[in-house]
Design a protein around this ligand. Structure first.
Ligand code: FAD
Length: 350
């Protein structure tokens, strides 16, 4: 694609992921962010819904803020497969020419986003944690003032194992594509009865040699509970010392009806499953209360929890970095503090 056609591309589009005809939370989070971007650009937000018998989901997308919903409803799209989904999303982009296309960095989105960006010959920034509209300098020549390209999507993501933060733009191609980490952007409150304009689009999906046939779907018996939904998280790290000691953290979580989560060190020690890991290679959480217990506060851990409303850290090392993001810090041995705190809270809540 050349520069000439860039201005033809308008609007902020999001991929409204559904699985088993249920919209994923990321769809609403992306709409929330897209609304902000669209406001800055003076445009509107379109959700792209792909699936089979999914028309019933359009109302919910409208209620969460989508101005338009483009639906591709086709039996070929019943279960996620790369080829028909990539064909459908690429067809939507080629037909409706969005300026920005956001996809969740879920297992599906990490497959779909890059496949589609290659097909529509544009760039994609993966696993973004921040998106904003701004100026981007181009043709940087030493000693000469930079020329700025205005109204670009600035896509920010951790790089080099979380040791640096990179902001990336895509000034010469459209759409500007990003995958976005689940749990980072905030959904808007649901506005009952708010309607989106629904556009039905039926591109031809061509069976080719990249098509796979699904013979059988075997669902993993996953954890039904998700730490991203918990209002209170009691998170433990290497300092907790053993799997058995996590019982102490569960007791504290139970006082609030909360959940236990952990650092990567706890997963590596086999104390909790990876589903419970918070951080850059785990989940991004923003509970009302986050207890960080025996967690040092490495940058990769903090990246996943720093947006929590209230952070309470318990650590025997008063210089532990976790204290710099904590609202309250308790210095001491967690083996004494956690049971005492649990008892005190139980007494208080009686
Ligand atoms: P430690 O750093 O060992 O800290 C243990 C803490 O417990 C110490 O501060 C210690 O003072 C305290 N302590 C010990 N005993 C007690 C006691 N009795 N009472 C009170 N305090 C006590 N980490 C994540 O968590 N999530 C991620 O998603 C993640 N992704 C990563 C991605 C990459 C590419 C890399 C390179 C690393 C990643 N890490 C991640 C690992 C991260 O760098 C840290 O190694 C990890 O977070 C450390 O876990 P921790 O805080 O539990 O352990």
């Amino acid at each position: 694609m050349n520069n000439m056609g860039l201005e033809e591309y308008k609007g902020v589009f999001i991929y409204a992921q559904q699985v088993d005809n249920e919209l994923s939370s990321i769809a609403f989070e992306l709409i929330g962010k897209a609304k902000e971007l669209a406001k800055d650009l003076g445009t509107d937000v379109t959700a792209v819904l792909l699936g089979s018998n999914v028309k019933g989901l359009t109302d919910e997308l409208g209620e969460y803020g989508a101005d338009k919903v483009i639906v591709v409803d086709n039996p070929e799209l019943e279960t996620y497969r790369t080829e028909p989904y990539a064909q459908a999303l690429a067809a939507v982009i080629n037909e409706y020419k969005p300026e920005i296309m956001l996809v969740g960095a879920t297992a599906i989105g990490r497959d779909l986003g890059p496949t589609v960006s290659a097909r529509v010959a544009t760039g994609l920034t993966a696993d973004c944690t921040k998106l904003e509209i701004g100026d981007f300098p181009i043709n940087a020549v030493p000693g000469k003032e930079d020329e700025q390209k205005h109204n670009q999507l600035l896509m920010t993501r951790p790089a080099f194992g979380g040791n640096t933060i990179a902001t990336i733009a895509c000034p010469d191609n459209r759409p500007q594509m990003a995958t976005v980490r689940p749990g980072v952007m905030q959904k808007l409150p649901k506005e009952a009865g708010r309607k989106a304009e629904v556009i039905e689009f039926n591109p031809t999906l061509e069976k080719n040699n990249r098509y796979v046939d699904i013979l059988n779907v075997v669902k993993a018996v996953g954890n039904v509970e998700n730490i991203m939904d918990a209002k209170v998280l009691v998170s433990g790290g290497r300092g907790v010392g053993s799997k058995e000691n996590f019982k102490m953290l569960q007791d504290l979580a139970d006082v609030f009806g909360g959940m236990v989560s952990c650092s990567r060190a706890a997963v590596e020690n086999g104390w909790l499953a990876q589903d419970y890991q918070v951080g850059q290679t785990g989940k991004t959480v923003r509970p009302q209360i986050y207890f960080a217990i025996g967690i040092s506060g490495a940058i990769q851990h903090v990246a996943g929890m720093e947006e929590s409303d209230l952070i309470i850290a318990i650590n025997k090392d008063e210089d532990a970095p976790i204290f710099s993001v904590a609202d309250y810090g308790i210095v001491g041995d967690l083996n004494k503090i956690v049971p005492a705190l649990t008892e005190a809270l139980k007494a208080e809540m009686k």
